[in-house]
Design a protein around this ligand. Sequence first.
Ligand code: ATP
Length: 347
Amino acid sequence: MAEIQLRNVGKRWGSFVGVQNFDLTIADREFLVLLGPSGCGKTTTMRMIAGLEDVTDGDILIDGQVVNDLEPKDRDVAMVFQSYALYPNMNVYENIRFPLKVRKVPEGEHDDRVRRASAMVELDDFLHRKPSELSGGQRQRVALARAIVREPNVFLMDEPLSNLDAKLRVSTRAQIKNLSHELAVTTIYVTHDQIEAMTLADRVVVMKHGVVQQVGSPTEIYDAPANTFVASFIGSPAMNLIDGKIENGTFAAQHTRIEGLALPDGPVTLGFRAEDASLSDSGQITAPIYTLELLGDATMISVRIGGALVSVKADKSFRAEIDDMVTISVPPEICHLFEAGSGERIG
Ligand code: ATP
């Protein structure tokens, strides 16, 4: 059982604010993903939970107990980093066993626990190899097994897939998802990859400049992004965003007229997703094609509106040339609306 509470947690170094007012309860067994661009404070948040970084404001509680002053070793959390830091002179078996020795777990339990952990990450056949005789993916799995073997209450994972190639990343991602389900341990996972976040998380926390932008399930964040930052960070491609203005219920921008929006007159940012729009004979955007990308299962068409690139997913059989005119259907019900200045969601 491990519920983690962050109560208005902050981290400052002198006048520089790394993390601000982080306030969230992470449920027992939840898989929480911290997502955001480089430098947004993900790792710092994680390190504060692990006890590797002091908290400057607020409190961190594990199962109702304030742990601000507890040493990392007394927090019962296991951390997996992007650089897996295995001991080069020890074989896989000894690397996985190491945390049990450090924690003075009775010797009699070691073999059983090492074998169980290594089986979970499918390393049974590699126990006698040295790290130098393993692939990157296998090394990362040793690091995972070394965390699993401790049977901690909390798993903290900081970009554990970032050193793997694209294919291995996908298969290891699936393995982590399966493991977290099997182990039923509270997991906090840091990434800047929105696909990892969407596929792994029960809930995602999107961060920017040390400030939480939105907390929600992947579906909630995808369907109703709280602001233009979240909208442009989630989804592949990112949400189309067009700056324009509302006049008598009609959104107007270059090449664009969308009627039927119940908003007061004034500037707004309008968003919609490429997969929600379609090419059509009559539509709300008419513009020359800027690029075409063949994706295999579809063709992505992009046009330029003002400074923005706006994409729509077309059928894979769609054929056209750059500069051909296309018309895109953007019915008002697929539109997201954001305040022009702040970027906050308004509809
Ligand atoms: P990345 O994805 O690049 O790892 P991140 O979101 O994990 O980024 P953090 O490592 O948490 O970001 O860093 C947050 C901010 O705090 C950054 O601007 C970083 O430069 C700053 N920072 C981190 N450690 C220190 C430190 N010891 N002293 C001063 N500033 C720091």
